[in-house]
Design a protein around this ligand. Structure first.
Ligand code: ADP
Ligand code: MG
Length: 392
């Protein structure tokens, strides 16, 4: 097999899931007709409605479709468990939630993040979303393996092309909003083709419960900012990342370090991009609220149409997640929609967008490094010698 055909074999399409939430109380009160029909746990979703005498009938196919009756557990077990297993194997994986505000992105990604108040230890609330479930799966797997491991997390928010740390110590969250804007963190090239956020808090965690506390702290900070900044969360993106290092012994007695990373992204409301054409003046007035989401769309178009130039560098979101779009990361998009006629236009736009993203191909590679056991032994020997010197 030639090198190029071997490379081709390794490429995988971005996986795209569709989730349609139940009717909200407002939608039920207004007797809004249902326009989205899901073929639950299958691949098809249909949209049909007559508008001004014109019949709309469209069917979209995704990797899996979850309708209003699908629970958090169903989506997680049917679509996310294999992704987290790959992170444990040393792959980098990214899961994006994409959709109009109010369609369930945060519900899907975070849901109920608090620990269950009752029930056996370690049990999650039924409404726990992808993040707490992934954390639990990771620690259940690691704790059962008796290997050496480390787990680190970061949680950031990107608003108006500015990055803030959602895990920064409490005193920082009490400073005025103006000061907070100044505390934005710069994005830097890491010299290896990637980027890093300078000054971002990296918390080392030793059990699932620790992550739940961090998650609560981060999400409540996001909610506080939302009231201060006029619904900021519908215009901001959040990125929660978990990095795992696992040390394993090979049968030959060598030591293998595997490193997997899981990025969980709750994107800004997609209505910001579909309506930005009409409201461009106002959008500009409010700052560059849509730049990252617009660029994400342009990057997807450039990748799908195989254009020579992919505009990753045009926004912070696409710089941060460059590797998840046409790179070495396995990527999954969860598109969220409402079943109601009131959201029809946005729903069709979300479905078109998500359907197009299915054509992006990535070439995932495992991150692992072999370490000679003799080298490790020598290093441990050196550490012991230095300790002895220090305490002598
Ligand atoms: P978004 O983050 O996309 O703006 P939210 O996650 O905040 O939307 O969801 C809006 C509302 O709808 C919330 O009250 C949420 O609990 C509810 N909701 C969303 N998806 C579902 C679902 N699949 N099942 C039950 N309630 C849902
Ligand atoms: Mg949200």
């Amino acid at each position: 097999m030639s090198a190029s055909s071997r490379d081709k074999d390794k490429s995988v399409n971005v996986q795209v899931l569709l989730r349609c939430r139940p009717f909200s109380e407002d939608e039920l009160r207004s007797n809004a007709p249902q326009v989205v029909t899901c073929n639950d746990f299958q691949k098809e979703v249909a949209v049909s409605q007559t508008i001004a005498g014109k019949q709309i009938d469209r069917v979209f196919t995704f990797d899996k479709v979850f309708g209003p009756c699908a629970k958090q557990k169903d989506l997680y077990e049917q679509a996310i468990v294999p992704i987290v297993n790959e992170v444990l194997e040393g792959f980098n994986c990214t899961i994006f939630a994409y959709g109009q505000t109010g369609t369930g992105k945060t519900h899907t990604m975070e849901g109920e993040c608090r620990r269950a108040k009752s029930g056996p230890k370690g049990q999650l609330p039924v409404d726990a979303g992808v993040i707490p479930r992934a954390v639990k799966q990771i620690f259940d797997a690691l704790e059962g393996q008796h290997t050496e491991y480390s787990v680190k997390v970061t949680f950031l928010e990107l608003y108006n092309e500015e990055i803030t740390d959602l895990l920064a110590p409490e005193e920082l969250s009490k400073i005025s909003l103006e000061d907070k804007q100044k505390k934005q963190l710069p994005l830097m090239e890491d010299g290896k083709g990637g980027v890093l956020v300078r000054g971002l808090d990296e918390e080392i965690v030793t059990c699932a419960d620790e992550i739940f506390s961090l998650l609560e702290r981060g999400s409540s900070k996001r909610r506080t900012a939302e009231t201060l900044l006029n619904k900021q969360s519908s215009r901001s993106h959040s990125l929660f990342s978990i990095t795992i290092h696992i040390k394993e012994a090979t049968p030959e007695g060598e030591e293998l370090i595997k490193c997997g990373k899981l990025n969980l992204v709750d994107l800004a409301g997609s209505e910001n991009i579909s309506r930005s054409g009409a409201r461009e003046g106002r959008a500009r007035e409010a700052g560059e609220i849509n730049k990252s989401l617009l660029t994400l769309g342009r990057v997807i178009t450039a990748l799908v149409e195989h254009l020579g130039h992919i505009p990753y560098r045009d926004s912070k979101l696409t710089r941060l997640l460059r590797d998840s779009l046409g790179g070495r990361t396995k990527t999954c998009i969860i598109a969220t929609v409402s079943p109601s006629v009131h959201c029809l236009e946005e729903t069709l736009s979300t479905l078109d967008y998500a359907h197009r993203a299915k054509n992006i191909k990535n070439k995932p590679e495992v991150n692992q490094k072999m370490m000679k056991s003799t080298l490790i032994k020598d290093l441990y020997g050196e550490i012991d010698r230095l300790k002895a010197e220090v305490y002598a």
